[in-house]
Design a protein around this ligand. Structure first.
Ligand code: SAH
Length: 402
């Protein structure tokens, strides 16, 4: 039985108390969060604390404490000898991103503004009756400049590290009171990489982070409950299937070159035919495991009946086992679009459903705490963000796509 949502510690509107990151790194200690099992074993051997023949066993014990029990304090690790615990705490920390702000929406959605290594990023937890989804960020800022996305108005600051990506999950578990980790009955059941950034432009870190998150002896989330969303970095899609193996969502948002070039500028680099072919070839895609096409509903831009029919035609033509997620556009201050009226969204959805393709309309969540799509980090960035005209100047040239 899932724990009732009412049992959330603190309840709505209470500040969420979570441990802060230890004074890491400034004091020379290394954060163990984000290291693979092998790297963890190597770190123990390298600092002379553990003989090589014991390294795997000790790493396994630590792994269990860090990812199975949520320990942040070596002194709790009762199956390690006391002197070893003390020595570990001199050299290592088990960190968390610093919580700058934690908010709870009237609908139960939680949002954390996090800080690590001088950069701010956000994580959102969305409780639903049958699941709880954590929406995590993969980069600080973004280089894609999608016209309807608020993150697109910020420049890319940097990729998040493996530890910072995993740290978002650990922190949510802390706040939800979900340690020890157990496969049944937990609140945090699903993860979507739909926060800030383009996960396929931070491929290695996202891959390594998800390997930790799905490790059966730790956080133990199933790959089937994780969805990676991409704006369409076509050359990385097959690799994502082979090396990450989670569900794929693609921010399609338009069915013609003219419109998609305008609203998802990456389309000028990787067009709709290549993108849909890559989706059809996505490893593991099947009728039971469909690729999700996200489609933001923009008034008068991409929401006509003809476009709904074209979407159906494309999905059939490229033989993509697909479902469609219709996302009401979430406006932000200065956004150049408005959301399609509800009747038009309903009509768009009906046309797709009538063709036998699921096309639910996503309900906006957490609007009162600015947790909705594309608004992540907005409040903290206001006034400090780079003006639109300057976007991308510091972005790496090859991957920019725009
Ligand atoms: N870069 C990735 C993941 C981050 S965006 C991608 O493009 O998929 C996650 C989802 O939120 C995308 O589908 C994106 O198009 C959508 N989104 C962004 N801003 C939005 C807004 N203002 N209203 C509705 N959806 C938005």
């Amino acid at each position: 039985m899932p724990t009732p949502l009412i049992a959330l510690p603190g309840g709505p509107a209470e500040p969420v108390v979570v441990p802060r990151r230890a004074e890491a790194r400034a004091d020379g200690r290394t954060d163990l969060v984000g290291l693979s099992r092998e790297a963890l074993a190597e770190a123990l051997v390298a600092c002379g604390l553990v003989p090589p023949r014991q390294a795997r066993m000790r790493a396994r014990q630590l792994w269990h404490w860090i990812y199975g029990r949520g320990a942040t304090d070596f002194s709790r690790m009762t199956d390690l000898a006391r002197p070893l615990r003390a020595a570990l705490s001199e050299r290592f920390v088990i960190g968390r991103p610093e919580v700058v702000e934690a908010r709870v929406s009237t609908d139960g959605t939680r949002k954390w503004l996090l800080r690590s290594g001088g950069a701010d990023f956000e994580t959102v937890f969305i409780p639903e009756p049958d699941r709880g989804t954590l929406c995590i960020s993969s980069q600080v800022g973004c280089m894609l400049n999608c016209r309807f996305c608020h993150t697109g108005t910020m420049r890319l600051v940097r990729n998040l590290t493996v530890g910072e990506i995993v740290g978002q999950v650990l922190l949510a578990r802390d706040a939800l009171g979900e340690w020890p980790s157990r496969p049944e009955g937990r609140l945090l059941t699903n993860i979507v990489l739909m926060g800030m950034g383009e996960p396929l432009y931070n491929f290695e870190n996202v891959r390594d982070a998800l390997a930790i998150v799905t490790d059966g002896e730790g956080l133990a989330l199933s790959r089937r409950r994780i969805t990676l969303s991409t704006a369409g970095v076509v050359p990385m899609i097959a690799r994502a299937g082979a090396e990450i193996g989670v569900n794929l969502a693609v921010s399609l948002h338009a069915v013609s070159k003219a419109v998609r070039d305008e609203i998802v500028p990456l389309n000028r680099k990787y067009g709709i035919p290549e993108l849909l072919s890559a989706c059809a070839a996505y490893p593991g895609a099947s009728n039971a495991r469909r690729v999700t096409f996200e489609y933001v509903m923009l008034d008068g831009v991409n929401d006509s009946e003809a476009e709904a029919r074209e979407l159906v035609r494309l999905i059939r033509h490229y033989r993509v086992p697909a479902k469609v997620n219709l996302i009401p556009f979430n406006p932000w201050p200065g956004s150049p679009y408005t959301c399609s009226p509800p009747e038009r969204i309903a009509r768009f959805s009906e046309i797709i459903f009538a063709a036998g393709i699921a096309a639910p309309v996503r309900t906006p969540r957490g609007r009162d705490i600015m947790a909705a799509c594309g608004q992540l980090k907005s409040a903290s960035e206001r006034g400090a963000r780079t003006p639109r005209g300057m976007r991308g100047e510091e972005a790496a040239p090859a991957a920019a796509g725009a």
